[in-house]
Design a protein around this ligand. Structure first.
Ligand code: HEC
Length: 123
């Protein structure tokens, strides 16, 4: 009778630990609101948002998107800091491109169970 709660709390502790690990990137995650603000202030000089929905987009990955932002940033008098760039990339990805790296964060429950499975396998 005593064993069960102990077992559950050990399992819970493991789950909480895994959840905390899975959430860790979230705490340092890019600030999407800030990214939108920076983008709207500085990136709408030549084009609107329609560019980002083009079926013929040349951008095929999150790295590609980051590269593109960096490229256009060169046209600005005042380039982004690395953090600001990540915010803009995150904003564009969440709003338009939806490349998987960001999804992993929102699907952290699945990620956590995948991590548990990996842990089980390793034992
Ligand atoms: C000097 C004008 C100009 C400025 C300023 C500018 N862009 Fe662009 N941008 C363009 C043009 C023109 C294209 C389309 C041609 C191309 O894709 O090479 C484009 C395309 C893009 C694309 C690719 C769209 C796709 O999916 O194919 C992205 C992403 C983008 N711009 C982001 C930005 C960001 C972020 C900023 C602000 C840092 C910015 N742009 C500022 C002119 C500009």
């Amino acid at each position: 009778m005593n064993r069960l709660p102990t077992f559950i709390s050990a399992a819970m502790r493991l789950r909480l630990l895994l959840l905390a690990l899975a959430c860790a990137p979230l705490t340092q995650a890019a600030d999407i609101e800030r990214g939108k603000q920076l983008h709207d202030e500085r990136c709408l000089l030549c084009h609107g948002l329609e560019n980002y929905q083009a079926a013929a987009s040349k951008i095929k990955s999150l790295d590609g998107l980051r590269e593109m932002v960096r490229r256009w940033e060169d046209k600005l008098k005042d380039p982004f800091t690395a953090l600001e760039r990540e915010d803009v990339v995150a904003y564009l990805n969440v709003s338009f491109y939806k490349f998987p790296e960001q999804k992993k964060v929102s699907l952290r429950t699945q990620q956590t169970s995948a991590a548990s499975a990996t842990l089980r396998e390793r034992r």
